[in-house]
Design a protein around this ligand. Structure first.
Ligand SMILES: [Zn+2]
Length: 470
């Protein structure tokens, strides 16, 4: 295959022995995992703030974790901000967790099956020590759901080691001196964590796997946009200990970041520096920087507030029967007469399902698709607007304004955009003709359109006006 020879020519890494694996974290688009609060990030001022300190605890192996001690040694104060109506005592760790969110569990099972994994019939909910303050309790709940899956690539099969369902951490708002301020709105949002085996030895293969997993995730009910997906790359060359690179933003940056890191590790080995396993941060330009020591195995212990999680065979069978399929842009382009680019963007946006639900007589699929890829609005609102547009109850002139407002989270009364019916239009035109005798047709037409504020379409107004001044 030509690609391999090309790689050899361009990069020296093909001669280097390397191990690449990654962990992908993706937020699910369901309610929170262990309480019934909505998974909603808020921009408005919080209703309350509380202050806490965190201390290191021993893990299951009764040792203190190296990374945990590192954080605890900094002696910080943590402030948590919350809302009375969208965060509760579970996020504050003042009330035990509720039963697991079934929608989130179903979504993870779907992802596991699409990645050919074996699902555990019974599994233990675990606590993973996190002491940077991003979890009020000092731990994050995580559940091993499935193992031993695979992804096919043109360089061969890549094993999926594990799929976990986890709680997202609280969101950092600011760090000042020894105080870190976190917001509770993100804490507890369900995350799927997909870990590949660290067996890939070619960055191009890693990129292919990342892109494929991205496609699979977009078939499922996941959150979209910045910050909803995070990719960490595990990487080391021969004789170098494992390095975890946090937050590689784009699949396209994987190759660049790995090449940078390969060179960096090679240089350190050449300089005979003492090296140890650690965590690095992926920078936006494809370089990496030191973050902290590698966490050890001492950080997991069982969640004692919740029973073992049983996953019924019948549930797995039911989900398996209704698995979504990867959709190719060509198929959608043909079906709805869209350009291939628009079809691809629509699939990537995850909003194709909305177009498929709509039964429109007057609104063209291309118009719908363009709006579906442009705005971040919930399905229900999209459908309401398009249905009203199709029935002529709102005018196309107002669609941009309506979508702009909805995507900013403004509450709208769509009745305010109601179009005039034919009788109302006739009445208004008649009145204006009476009041403005002897003025030119175009001026009159302009006057009428202004009066109607875009709530009637031009052709209807023109026809009515012509009829009335005959
Ligand atoms: Zn809650």
């Amino acid at each position: 295959m030509n690609l391999m020879t090309d790689c050899k020519k361009k990069h020296s890494y093909t001669k280097m022995v390397m191990k690449i694996g990654f962990e992908i974290h993706q937020q699910l688009n369901t309610g929170k995992l262990f309480c019934r609060c909505p998974s909603e990030l808020r921009k408005d001022e919080p209703d309350f703030k509380i202050k806490r300190k965190l201390y290191a605890v021993r893990g299951e192996t009764s040792e203190f974790d190296k990374a945990v001690n590192y954080e605890a040694s900094k002696e910080k104060d943590f402030v948590y901000e919350g809302y009375n109506d969208t965060t509760c005592l579970v996020e504050l760790d003042e009330q035990p967790p509720l039963e697991i969110n079934q929608d989130a569990l179903n979504e993870v099972l779907k992802i596991a099956l699409l990645l050919n994994c074996k699902i555990f019939p019974v599994t233990q909910i675990m606590r993973k020590t996190v002491i940077d303050g991003s979890n009020v309790s000092g731990f994050q709940r995580t559940i091993l759901i499935a193992k031993d899956g695979f992804v096919e690539t043109k360089y061969g099969k890549v094993k999926i080691d594990s799929i976990c369902l986890e709680e997202d951490a609280a969101r950092i708002i600011k760090k000042e001196n020894n105080v870190s301020v976190y917001r509770l709105d993100r804490l507890g949002i369900p995350l799927v964590e997909i870990a590949t085996s660290p067996s890939m030895n070619n960055p191009e293969q890693a990129k292919e796997v990342a892109l494929y997993i991205g496609k699979i995730l977009r078939l499922c009910n996941v959150k979209r946009g910045i910050g909803t997906i995070r990719q960490d790359v595990n990487f080391n060359i021969e004789n170098y200990p494992r390095v975890e690179i946090k937050g590689v933003q784009e699949p396209t940056l994987i190759v660049k970041t790995i090449n940078f890191e390969a060179e960096r590790q090679k240089n350190e080995l050449n300089l005979k520096k003492e090296v140890e396993a650690h965590v690095r941060k992926a920078e936006a330009d494809g370089t990496t920087s030191y973050l902290r020591p590698m966490p050890g195995k001492a950080r997991m212990y069982p969640e004692t507030d919740l029973p073992l999680l049983k996953i019924d065979k019948s549930l797995i069978e039911k989900i398996n029967k209704n698995l979504p399929k990867i959709i190719e842009p060509e198929e959608i382009s043909k079906k709805y007469s869209l350009s291939k680019d628009l079809a691809k963007a629509l699939i990537d946006s995850g909003n194709l399902k909305i177009l498929e639900k709509l039964k429109m007589e007057n609104v063209k699929p291309a118009f719908i698709a363009e709006n579906l890829i442009k705005y971040d609005i919930n399905e229900e609102d999209f459908i309401k607007v398009f249905e009203k547009l199709d029935k002529g109850e709102i005018s196309k002139n107002h669609v941009v304004e309506i979508f702009e407002k909805l995507s900013k989270g403004e509450k709208l009364d769509l009745d305010e955009y109601k179009t005039f019916d034919d009788k109302e239009i006739e009445k208004i035109i008649k009145k204006l003709i009476e009041e403005n005798k002897d003025i030119p047709f175009n001026a009159l037409m302009g006057m009428i359109m202004k009066e109607l504020k875009g709530k009637a379409d031009g052709k209807t107004v023109m026809d009515t006006l012509k009829k009335l001044i005959k």
